[in-house]
Design a protein around this ligand. Structure first.
Ligand SMILES: C[S@@+](CC[C@H](N)C(=O)[O-])C[C@H]1O[C@@H](n2cnc3c(N)ncnc32)[C@H](O)[C@@H]1O
Length: 218
């Protein structure tokens, strides 16, 4: 089991506070709306095709469930889990057809070789680097051969202390930014093989980002 970060309670409380605004910004401004971003959709479509039928998929850090619902529509056996109970309340309300639960990526008990796909869709940037490495190692063991891990996250150097977010809501968390090659090396250390690396420039809602996909080959 990975080590839970010391600030996990503060991160949970922060996302509970921002959840209502997050959903408003998703509905009104299109923030986090994958349907408005063809490259994000393309990555999710390829992921869906790759993991469909391999086994269950867990969207870890699913927030209000946008991606979970998109994959479910595409015939993926997917469920969502999130640290923030308020995010999960929204997810259940917005997508009653999907399965959601509350939990931390650092506390998931995943049986060996039991998942077709594991996801960290802009939901792993609050994990200290060594904790992220432990979480990905846990995922690598939990994937079936051929199973895939997809991560989308913020690109940059170092860490940023955030004190407000999503329309000025007070938060208390650290954003760990990654250089794509540095993140790819951490993922490959777990034995997974990188199969895709998509760089995304800054847009109206977010700084530069990267999507990496990695596969369990053995
Ligand atoms: C920027 S939001 C992204 C939500 C969703 N993936 C999306 O794209 O709309 C980050 C989410 O990650 C969740 N999160 C942060 N740390 C987490 C952890 N340790 N375990 C599970 N979820 C976590 C937050 O509660 C929040 O819902």
């Amino acid at each position: 089991m990975p080590t839970s970060p010391a600030d996990l309670d503060a991160v949970r409380d922060s996302y509970d506070r921002v959840a209502d605004n997050y959903v408003e910004m998703l509905k009104n401004d299109g923030m986090g709306d994958i349907r408005r971003h063809p490259w994000l959709l393309a990555a999710l479509d390829v992921f869906a095709d790759a993991v469909r039928g391999l086994g269950p998929v867990l969207d870890v850090g699913c927030g209000p469930g946008t991606v979970t619902a998109y994959l479910a529509e595409r015939g993926v056996d997917v469920s969502g889990v999130d640290l923030s109970p308020r995010m999960i309340e929204h997810a259940r309300q917005l997508h009653p057809e999907c399965r959601f639960s509350v939990g931390s990526s650092t506390e998931l008990e995943l049986a060996e070789a039991s998942y077709g796909g594991l996801m960290g869709w802009w939901s792993m940037f609050n994990l200290p680097r060594e904790v992220l490495a432990e979480v990905v190692a846990n995922y690598a063991k939990a994937l079936v051969p051929g199973g895939q891990f997809i991560i989308g996250t913020h690109v940059g150097d170092g860490e940023v202390q955030r004190t407000e977010c999503y329309g000025g809501v007070p938060v208390n968390w650290t954003t760990y930014r990654w250089q794509p090659d540095q993140l790819a090396a951490v993922i490959e250390q777990t034995g997974l093989s990188i199969t895709a690396d998509l760089r995304l420039p800054r847009d109206e809602f977010s700084g530069p980002g990267v999507i990496l996909v990695a596969k369990r080959t053995g």
